[in-house]
Design a binder for this molecule. Structure first.
Ligand code: UD1
Length: 428
């Protein structure tokens, strides 16, 4: 197995350039098949989730050509498949975007229930409610969702019961070619929802209101190919901002949209960190102590749940008592059992975690419990005195491109090593 080995306690200094947004990429790649044409997607992150979603398209019959590290061309003219394999779907949550994309393209889809990080129950009832409202029959057998709309999809007025990123995206995908005006209320407003809408419009769709609570989509008969560049990754950028804060560093994070970072920047300022905003970069400097703060995770524009584990690693070092209230997922604190191995003092009660800041974390042997929990381990290890090792790094590599190179570039000591697998627990 591969692990990260980190020699911590080094102040991060210099600049890091972030890549394209993972959560936009994994929606835009499936969306490209709606065109039945050639789409060139630029500024893609080089992460395993992008490879897996691209492989799903290939398996369905698309031709996907890697033009450069961050650019692919998707030719879906000969794509005819409408069934996604269990093997590929189980690797990532976003495989369920093939439901909306295939339904929109062929009026039918068969997709296994998705994999991805485990944060407790992750229902897809709102996605299915949206598909049904557009005229699809929904079936679930042996863990595979089947959608069929033999008479085509018809626009409808849909009110989401919960604000869901995935359901908003899936219903957008299914309705761009549905007949009439679809109105979706109580939708998610994350930056990647807006990015997807811009991508769909660049293919000839008529999507309005993305970024507000209501999205209106007038169905069009045909879409066409396009060239589109994905927005920078808000969560990757935020992770490096917090790594700079945790190590008492001075780091400029480039290729970002500062507006997307506001909720994180404001918390860092509250914690005593200096934050300087420029047109497309942010500089983080910490030369004093960290002050405690509290965070409640919420849908955009609130503090993103995908940043809370990384924030926990910083709170562990902040003087006083900090707290995180998880407002999105029922169970997103599994990583805390690993964080305390560094000497963090933390308590979890239901959806609230509290941290009594310590002066120093110490190197530890830990595992990544999930993607962002893994990023928290990296931050804690960078800040800790001594050597740390992090197992199960495949979680981290689902979402962070060239993590080692980027961190080494700002002075971190982090390497990837192959070590023997631990003995199988069931082996006698
Ligand atoms: C997306 C992100 C994930 C992030 C999450 C919240 C991707 C690929 N993943 O996940 O990283 O943590 O947004 O910002 O973009 N819910 C329902 N019924 C549904 C759908 C969701 O009750 O049909 C609930 C969920 O249980 C959760 C909340 O709504 O409590 C938000 O989930 P949602 O926004 O759908 O998350 P994902 O799209 O899966």
């Amino acid at each position: 197995m591969d692990i990260f080995v980190v020699e911590g306690g080094k102040r991060l200094e210099g600049s890091i350039t972030v890549g394209g947004a993972k959560n936009a990429a994994v929606a835009i790649i499936p969306a490209a098949i709606l065109s039945g044409d050639i789409c060139r997607i630029e500024n893609l992150p080089t992460i395993s989730d992008v490879s897996v979603i691209s492989q799903i398209l290939v398996q369905l019959g698309a031709k996907v050509t890697q033009i450069s590290n961050s650019v692919i061309e998707i030719d879906s003219r000969n794509l005819t498949g409408f069934q996604v394999s269990q093997e590929l779907a189980k690797n990532m949550r976003a495989s369920y975007y093939l439901l909306g994309a295939l339904l929109g393209r062929f009026n039918r889809a068969r997709v296994p229930m998705p994999g991805g990080c485990y944060f407790g129950v992750r229902p897809i009832d709102q996605h299915l409610k949206g598909f049904e409202a557009l005229g699809a029959d929904v079936g679930l057998r042996d863990g595979v969702v089947s959608l069929n709309a033999p008479n085509g999809l018809k626009a409808n007025h849909i009110f989401m019961d919960v604000v869901s990123v995935g359901a908003t995206i899936n219903v957008m995908l299914a309705s761009v070619k549905a007949e009439g005006l679809t109105i979706i209320e109580n939708v998610a407003k994350e930056p990647h929802i807006v990015d997807l809408a811009n991508f769909l419009n660049s293919m000839g769709a008529d999507v309005r209101g993305a970024g507000t609570d209501v999205i209106k989509i007038r169905g069009v008969k045909e879409l066409h190919g396009t060239t589109y560049s994905i927005i920078p990754d808000q969560i990757e950028a935020g992770t490096y901002m917090l790594a700079a804060a945790a190590t008492g560093g001075d780091v400029t994070v480039n290729n970002i949209i500062p507006k997307h970072m506001e909720c994180i920047s404001k918390k860092l300022v509250e914690m005593g960190v200096s934050v300087y905003e420029y047109d497309d970069s942010i500089r983080i400097i910490r030369d004093g102590g960290l002050k405690a703060c509290s965070v409640i995770t919420m849908p955009h524009p609130g503090f993103p749940t995908d940043m809370q584990p990384q924030m926990a690693a910083v709170m562990a070092l902040a003087s006083g008592t900090s707290s995180i209230t998880e407002g999105v997922w029922e169970n997103r604190f599994q990583y805390i059992a690993e964080l305390v191995k560094f000497g963090a003092k933390a308590d979890v009660h239901g959806r609230v975690a509290t941290f009594s800041g310590v002066e120093q974390l110490n190197g530890a042997s830990v595992k990544a419990t999930d993607l962002r929990g893994g990023a928290a381990m990296v931050i804690a290890a960078l800040a800790a005195q001594g050597e740390s090792s992090i197992r199960e790094i495949f979680h981290i590599e689902r979402g962070y491109e060239q993590l080692i190179d980027k961190l080494v570039g700002v002075g971190a000591s982090i390497t990837r090593k192959t070590v023997p697998d631990p003995p199988d627990k069931d082996e006698k």
